[in-house]
Design a protein around this ligand. Structure first.
Ligand code: TRP
Ligand code: SF4
Length: 444
């Protein structure tokens, strides 16, 4: 399917690099991110938009938020654990953590009844997050259907979008049900509501997701920009601040004067105002345009606007299923589930697709191919934390020093240890403990 990504299909993506180029995402690198988890530092997070704002916030200890969403359908597997590892990282790095349970979306697009969604969310996902180490402090997990601010924003921001845009981004047709049509706006509400004053105000927000979610991210960034009262552009030696059309009325002069005060406060001196144009030109220099626009957020909020900072995102690849293809809970045999019986999981790994050769002699001679090996992928993303150890496994594979049977035994031992510890922790989680993570609106 050239030219589009369908965020609701569970199709595999075969050419990440091409998609990243085609859609104008940037490459991700973990430069300057100490203590980043394997998925971030070993190339599994492949792309990003606006990540430098988050990197800076982490390095300088500034405020930022992290929001992601989970689909309460199916069962949690190692593909899901990748995002969880990212969430845990942002929590360690001081981000305010928000997790949306996408019960509106799962009802609209997968027909999961809301009660069922709640039950799946708690048993399969929230308990998994907790067992993997999520802390209740500074964290709130909420249901889309219970958070008024999310639904209100979805509705209000819907004003900035027309049907032809929705159709061209998402490929909606005459038959698409209206709840499905509306669900991207609910996701916009999820992502942007954390910047309402009640939830911490305008600030950089990171949204870690699978690459298939990029249409939602682009859409949200466009809607956030469209909701601003001002826009900003480089002009000549400086920049221009422009009022959006609906503000070009008797208020224009006042709004431009307010913007000028803010820019004076930042040390700019050389201004030219053009009221009929709705423009304030600042001629003596410039700095990061999003940060400049951010300094105008308080005046927008005074006027009833939102002042949203453009949300950032990182994109991870899909984990390969152990039978090859994408790991997906709709194909049992492809996935190692976090809460499955340990022996079943070890049995699956026994049968996993590897990069081994047809005969032992051939493998000793030519070595294996870790790049296509799903056992190696499990070790790289989840089972081997130490970089040197991983390197040595890779070299043994490439050099033919180790054969797949032996290598699988190492991986299976790790998997057993991991699952036993994880499952014991998960089983011990009480309902009261779950409640500590749930937001007040969701509990009521
Ligand atoms: N659409 C996401 C999925 O299919 C779930 C989701 C809902 C989400 N709201 C979100 C993801 C906000 C990121 C941010 O998995
Ligand atoms: Fe995969 Fe290990 Fe076999 Fe190499 S030796 S192909 S890493 S299972």
């Amino acid at each position: 399917m050239a030219g589009t990504i369908d965020p609701w299909s569970s199709q595999d993506i075969d050419d990440y690099e091409r998609l990243i180029q085609e859609f104008g995402m940037e490459d991700f690198d973990a430069r300057g991110l100490e203590d980043a988890p394997p998925v971030m530092r070993r190339g599994y997070v492949v792309g990003q938009r606006g990540f430098d704002y988050i990197r800076r916030a982490i390095q300088k200890g500034e405020k930022y938020a992290m929001l992601t969403g989970l689909m309460p359908s199916g069962r949690a597997h190692f593909g899901h654990k990748m995002v969880i590892d990212e969430i845990l990282y942002y929590q360690r790095m001081g981000g305010d953590v928000f997790v949306a349970v996408a019960d509106i979306e799962s009802y609209a697009t997968r027909n999961v009844p809301p009660k069922k969604a709640y039950q799946i969310a708690v048993e399969e996902y929230i308990k998994t997050y907790i067992a993997l180490g999520l802390k209740p402090e500074g964290c709130q997990i909420y249901l889309q259907s219970k958070r008024e601010e999310v639904k209100d924003l979805a509705y209000l921001l819907g004003k900035k979008v027309n049907w032809s845009t929705m159709r061209s981004i998402y490929g909606f047709t005459e038959e698409t049900n209206m709840a499905h049509v509306f669900s991207p706006l609910v996701q916009v509400g999820d992502i942007l509501h954390v910047q309402l004053e009640k939830f911490g105000g305008p600030r950089p927000t990171i949204v870690p997701v699978g690459l298939d979610q990029d249409p939602h991210i682009r859409f949200t960034r466009d809607v956030a920009a469209a909701s601003r009262i001002y826009s900003i552009q480089r002009t000549g030696e400086g920049f221009g601040i422009f009022l959006k059309g609906e503000w070009m009325d008797e208020k224009a002069a006042k709004m431009l004067a307010k913007a000028k005060e803010v820019m004076k406060g930042k040390g700019y001196k050389d201004f030219e105002t053009n009221i009929p144009y709705g423009a304030l030109y600042v001629k003596d220099g410039y700095e990061d345009l999003n940060n400049l626009l951010h300094s105008l957020a308080p005046i927008e909020i005074e006027e009833g606007g939102f002042g949203f900072f453009p949300p950032s995102a990182t994109y991870h690849r899909f984990m390969k299923g152990i039978t090859g293809g994408k790991m997906s809970s709709s194909r049992e045999e492809s996935a190692i589930f976090l809460s499955d019986n340990v022996d079943i999981s070890l049995g699956k790994m026994n049968k996993a697709f590897t990069g081994g050769r047809t005969t032992a002699a051939e493998q000793r001679e030519q070595g294996g191919d870790p790049d296509i090996c799903t056992v190696y992928e499990m070790m790289r993303n989840h089972l081997v934390e130490d970089d040197k150890e991983l390197e040595s496994i890779k070299n043994s594979c490439l050099g033919g020093a180790i054969l797949c049977g032996e290598c699988k035994s190492i991986a299976k031992e790790r998997l057993r240890e991991f699952l036993e510890e994880f499952q014991a922790k998960k089983a011990a989680i009480s309902p009261e403990q779950v409640d500590q993570y749930l937001a007040k609106d969701t509990l009521d």
